[in-house]
Ligand binder design. Structure first.
Ligand SMILES: Cc1cc2nc3c(=O)[nH]c(=O)nc-3n(C[C@H](O)[C@H](O)[C@H](O)COP(=O)(O)OP(=O)(O)OC[C@H]3O[C@@H](n4cnc5c(N)ncnc54)[C@H](O)[C@@H]3O)c2cc1C
Length: 390
């Protein structure tokens, strides 16, 4: 039997990549819980920050856009920039995409990936106990395992572990962070009846984007709004790969950085308190209640207490966080600050081993952190893989 290509991950990138690989006539096995991170690790009631135009999972043939899904299922049409996409609608879209284009998805987890000893290809192990050989492997595990809590906040849970925020009704809650995830978590918890304070480092860090109709027309349009920097990153992910590492890491931090969505402002302001501090120095939990030690802007040390606290401190790509990679294989992957260095076609320094989605962001830019990056990544990855392993 000809060994298949293994795609690890069943989020937007895994599904899109698998559909493109199948369109090249390759045998493919796809693993993962479909849309797991959207279904289980994002808050109930969440709304996508991306616009409808930037929320389509790329397919190899027509008829599978978010708009097509709305038309086919009688869902309210989502087309204009001001149309908001509830996360549960996006999950339903992902499921519809999967049923149409990746019907053979296997919900098993991949527990090990290593090089085959005597044969070309890779040896994979599943949580079912099955082992098999794959001619190539695409890692599309997205945010799984990458939730980042800085050491000083180590005792606190990450926002990815709070799905249903209604459990905070009637309680005091501290949310640490100033990105969309922090601000939306805070707004949802306040709407559920919690008394919420956002703790943000720096001054003026809690900000919201301008609504689509207020963005300057003279700036070029992109899936994320009108801005030259975003335009460059959306149009030329190839060039991003050729920038010096320190420039890429700087851009990864600065472009598309923390900013609340325009529609969140009125749900947030006046309902959630904001505490700006110079630094959050430590967190302790005693008797189940958290306490934060913060340094104020005038240099004093203060303690903030509440019934609960959540670290909405984002995600960090690090190959060490992918437990299924065998040590021998991991050691052969060229990395830059823990992230894989990828060549043309999303291939790593190990021939046949590909990374896509957020795991490819340090090579192909911030676009890869978002669903719309599938339009660039999936066809290129599939073409490269088909040409070298077809
Ligand atoms: C709160 C929040 C809000 C967001 N909002 C937006 C937005 O509005 N628009 C946008 O474009 N992006 C948004 N994002 C980013 C979003 O997560 C990515 O765009 C998208 O999910 C990336 O898709 P993915 O397929 O790479 O990974 P994921 O969606 O993270 O999927 C990973 C998949 O890998 C599988 N998996 C993991 N490990 C294994 C294993 N060992 N074996 C088998 N399968 C495995 C999981 O089951 C899952 O199916 C948001 C992120 C967060 C945290």
């Amino acid at each position: 039997m000809i060994p298949p290509v293994a795609v690890i991950g069943a989020g937007p990138y895994g599904l899109s990549t698998a559909a493109h690989l199948q369109a090249h006539g390759l045998p493919v096995r796809v693993f993962g819980e479909p849309m797991e991170n959207w279904r289980a690790h994002m808050p109930v009631g969440m709304i996508l920050k991306s616009t409808p135009a930037a929320s389509t999972i790329d397919a190899p043939r027509r008829g599978h856009t978010l708009g097509d899904f709305c038309a086919a299922t009688g869902t309210e049409r989502l087309v204009r920039d001001e149309d908001l996409i509830p996360a549960d609608v996006f999950v339903a879209y992902g499921d519809w995409f999967r049923r149409g284009l990746v019907p053979g998805l296997e919900s098993a987890r991949v527990v090990s990936v290593g090089r085959s000893d005597n044969r070309p290809g890779f040896e994979l192990g599943l949580d079912s106990g099955e082992r098999f050989t794959a001619r190539a492997v695409v890692v599309a595990t997205g945010l799984s395992g990458l939730a980042h809590v800085p050491p000083e906040l180590a005792p606190l849970p990450h926002s990815a572990h709070h799905h249903d925020l209604s459990r905070f009704a009637g309680k005091e809650l501290l949310v640490i962070g100033a990105g969309q995830s922090a601000l939306e978590t805070a707004a949802l918890a306040a709407e559920a009846g919690a008394s919420v304070r956002v703790v943000a480092r720096g001054r003026g860090r809690v900000r919201f984007g301008a609504p689509p109709w207020e963005q300057p027309r003279w700036r070029p349009g992109t899936p994320f709004g009108r801005a030259w920097s975003l335009y460059a990153l959306t149009c030329w992910p190839h060039q991003y790969r050729r920038l010096p590492p320190h420039v890429r890491h700087f851009l990864a931090r600065r472009v598309l950085g923390p900013l609340g969505a325009w529609w969140l402002r009125e749900r947030f302001e006046g309902k959630v308190a904001v505490r700006e501090v110079a630094a959050v120095e430590a967190a302790h939990v005693s008797g189940g209640a958290p306490a934060l030690t913060v340094r104020t802007h005038d240099g004093r040390r203060q303690e903030l207490t509440a019934d609960h606290a959540i670290a909405a401190t984002g995600y960090r790509v690090d190959l060490a966080a992918l437990p299924f990679l065998d040590d021998g294989l991991r050691a052969r992957i060229t990395v830059s600050r823990g992230t894989p260095r990828l060549g043309a076609g999303y291939v790593s320094s190990v021939p046949g081993l590909y990374f896509t989605g957020v795991l490819s962001g340090s090579s192909y830019g911030p676009l890869m952190r978002f669903v719309c990056g599938t339009a660039f990544a999936s066809p290129r990855l599939a073409r490269h893989l088909a040409a070298t392993h077809g």
